[in-house]
Write a protein that binds this ligand. Structure first.
Ligand code: PMP
Length: 306
């Protein structure tokens, strides 16, 4: 069976759980866990390149801040998190993969209130080649507008990478997949362009990068990396409110995320209109620069090495 089809609770290897490495299959929790019932849970997603998690410090700082926003403290320091992650990657012999730290309120209290609950922390890592299929990435993925909107900042803790915020992402992604698309495009509560179900959005308009201001969704670490890479190339980057009809002005569109990396978009459909894009020079340049930053072999450098 291909690795990505193996059930996630039945694999070989180790998981770091509340301070120590334990066999993968033993990393369990009780059904009366607060995090499961009330989504008092935050997590991260990092990519491993050549045996090291990319931008690990930024992810761990965001994990600590996500928990703070939900009113709890991660029971580990930045140093503890860095060491645990590296020990885990080594123990599982991961070269190119993914890391998933997760923290949640335990089972000491059941009910909305949970101040006395214990905070648990686990970290897992696994091999994970590409988020979207290589064919979809080459042509640009197909996206469809979701009926679900990113919530307003006063209706949800939008700057926390909190599991509760992913409820609508899963619904949106399932609907998109059922309709034959690769991902869903989410607008925000004002009707402005927001993001994909697990990645930020960029438009290329006349050689400039335009990207929605992250005021009600994650300011992705990959998004910030791409902005810095573009600026160092002398490409102008504009963060602003973008209405969907501006997609008509875009020559290229792409998504950014730790898992999705830089993924070109070929198509966006929905009530907002039907838009087609061809991955072009700026997409390619950003992919090359990002791959260089991560140390990943680009298609071009892999071909040259053969
Ligand atoms: N938005 C959502 C909803 C996400 O899940 C992610 C992935 N964490 C991102 C944006 C991109 O964030 P990052 O680049 O930090 O992975």
């Amino acid at each position: 069976m291909a690795d990505d089809l193996l059930p996630f609770d039945d694999r070989d290897g180790f998981i770091w759980y509340d301070g120590r490495l334990i066999p993968w299959r033993d990393a369990k929790l009780h059904v009366l866990t607060h995090g499961l019932h009330y989504a008092s849970c935050v997590f991260e997603g990092e990519r491993v390149y050549n045996g090291r998690a990319f931008h690990l410090e930024d992810h761990n700082a965001r994990l600590i801040n996500s928990a703070k926003i939900l009113g709890f403290e991660i029971p580990a320091s930045m140093d503890d998190l860095a060491k645990a992650t590296q020990d885990l990657i080594t123990a599982n012999k991961i070269v190119d993969g993914y890391v998933r730290p997760i923290a949640w309120r335990g089972a000491e209290q059941m009910g909305v209130s949970a101040e006395l609950s214990k905070i648990h922390l686990a970290i897992a890592t696994w091999d994970w080649p590409s988020y979207f299929s290589p064919e979809a990435r080459a042509k640009g993925i197909r996206m469809v507008q979701s009926k679900w909107a990113r919530p307003a900042p006063h209706t949800a803790p939008v700057h926390s990478k909190a599991s509760g915020l992913y409820m609508i992402c899963t619904l949106a992604k399932h609907e998109a997949n059922a309709a034959g698309y690769d991902d869903a495009l989410m607008l925000d509560w004002r009707g402005q362009l927001a993001e994909g179900t697990g990645a930020n959005l960029f438009l290329v308009i006349n050689g400039e990068l335009h990207t929605p201001t992250p005021d009600c969704f994650l300011n992705g670490i990959t998004r910030q990396t791409v902005i810095a890479l573009a600026k160092s190339r002398g490409i102008k980057v504009v963060e602003r409110a973008i209405m969907p009809d501006e997609l008509a002005k875009a020559q290229e569109v792409f998504l950014t995320g730790s898992a999705a990396e830089i993924t070109p978009v070929g198509e966006i459909d929905g009530a907002i209109g039907h838009y087609r894009f061809t991955p072009g020079a700026i997409c390619r340049l950003m992919i090359e620069d990002y791959d260089r930053a991560t140390g990943k072999k680009t298609v071009a450098s892999a071909a040259a090495a053969e």
